[in-house]
Design a protein around this ligand. Structure first.
Ligand code: GLV
Ligand code: MN
Ligand code: MN
Length: 415
């Protein structure tokens, strides 16, 4: 009896959701113990699907399904890459990332079961970091493959003071070999990623899947206000330099800027008040800022405006401000030829083609630096994502797998 690949994907997503760094909720961050177990489990599924498996210097797991053997051995085999990420946000849903990795493995399993080889290899990448939770700098895994990883980021520290270089070593990776883990652009034919939509459009249109046209650019920064800590009972109100009050004013400025421009989204998702005691005036407040827009010029000017606003607030309150841009990526347009092939496959499986822009970031955005990319979104319930209630139906997963199973041979015919 043939295995139902959609059911297999759903079961595997449940198994992966058990692998967490925080008991009682799903949190799997870059180079963590849960990520180690995830790589082992996903690696076993890759092998089951007929792939050889390797882990690169930053901890990306990569499965290789060889193409049609050529006389005299394979010297210059081209690769089409599929994949997504295995890391999660804090208290995450279980589909963001794993859905793309596991549907990709299912597609290879389909080829393997049918004893089909293509005129090129398929590789499945399970990226080590797309969310950027641990180091505020996202796409770490896919940037290594794309050769755009900034070695300076190895010096960044996490909340426990562990440098990224050390975290990679603890994981079994090798920070010195990162540059050597890049994938030669000339080897790649392209990259396609399946991902949950993380928005409501497909549900509103009553469609299982849609094709992505543009991935919004994003800036992430760490903003620190430094005032003066002191006794909450003795320092008079007019003599305080309360860093958290400065931060509070800034947070509202972020929100109103986001509301003032069409398409702009602006978020403060993390706040730390230090030293952090009810009877101590906060001497330091550290915030994250996340700004996104499909047009880079709008995002960049919003960012400058926000920086100026932070400086003005700091001056008014006589506190210091430090703005550290941890991450910046431009908007990415998906490749036209790949998207046309993907759209044809979608049209064969559902009555209408939905073209979507993505406000969320994806590994495809990093890979676009070296190869054409395409993305397939899968409907999610209520548009909910980055939340434990994230939900995708097995029927929609089945459509996504069927679309990809049509897309891959169509790609082979087009080459
Ligand atoms: C990743 O999910 C992001 O867009 O933040
Ligand atoms: Mn994701
Ligand atoms: Mn995400």
């Amino acid at each position: 009896m043939r295995i139902d690949l959609a059911q297999t994907v759903m079961r595997r997503i449940d198994s992966l959701a058990e692998l967490t760094d925080e008991p009682g909720r799903l949190t799997r961050t870059f180079c963590s113990p849960a990520m180690r177990r995830a790589n082992e489990l996903v690696g076993s599924w890759m092998r089951e699907a007929g792939m050889t498996v390797r882990e690169d210097a930053i901890g990306n797991l990569i499965g290789h399904y060889a193409g049609i053997p050529r006389p005299g051995g394979i010297v210059d085999e081209k690769v089409f890459l599929l994949g997504s990420h295995l890391d999660t946000v804090r208290d995450a849903g279980k589909f963001d990332g794993p859905l793309g990795v596991l549907t990709a493995i299912a597609c290879v399993q389909h080829l393997h079961e049918n004893k089909t080889r293509l005129p090129f290899a398929i590789e499945v990448a399970a990226f080590a970091d797309e969310e950027g939770v641990r180091y505020h700098s996202t796409y770490l895994g896919s940037k290594v493959l794309a050769g755009t990883f900034d070695p300076e980021s190895l010096k960044r520290t996490d909340a426990d003071g562990i440098t990224m270089a050390q975290a990679i070593r603890n994981f079994g990776g090798n920070p010195e070999r990162i540059a050597a883990s890049r994938c030669e652009a000339s080897r790649l034919l392209g990259y396609a990623e399946v991902h949950i939509e993380q928005g409501p459009v497909l549900e509103q249109k009553n469609l299982a899947v849609g094709v992505v046209t543009v991935i919004a650019g994003q800036t992430r920064a760490k903003v620190t206000f430094t005032g003066m800590a002191g006794h909450a009972g003795t320092v008079p109100m007019d003599l305080r330099h309360d860093a958290l009050c400065a931060a509070a004013g800034f947070i509202l400025a972020v929100e109103s800027l986001g509301q003032s421009r069409g398409g702009l989204v602006a978020t403060v998702g993390e706040v730390a008040a230090l030293p952090g005691a009810s009877n101590v005036i906060p001497g330091r407040a550290i915030l994250s800022v996340d700004l996104r827009h499909p047009e880079d010029a709008v995002r960049k000017s919003a960012c400058q405006e926000l920086q100026a606003r932070a400086e003005a607030i700091a001056e008014e309150r006589n506190v210091k401000i430090d703005w550290d841009t941890a991450h910046e990526t431009g908007a990415v347009t998906c490749d036209r030829s790949l998207s046309v092939l993907l759209s044809e496959a979608v049209k064969a499986r559902q009555p209408e083609l939905a073209l979507l822009t993505s406000g969320a970031g994806h590994d495809a955005a990093a890979l676009a630096a070296i190869t054409p990319v395409a993305m397939l979104f899968v409907r999610c319930k209520g548009g909910i994502s980055h939340h434990p209630d994230e939900s995708v139906s097995v029927e929609d997963v089945r459509v996504a797998i069927e679309v990809m199973n049509d897309f891959i041979p169509a790609l082979a015919r087009s080459k």
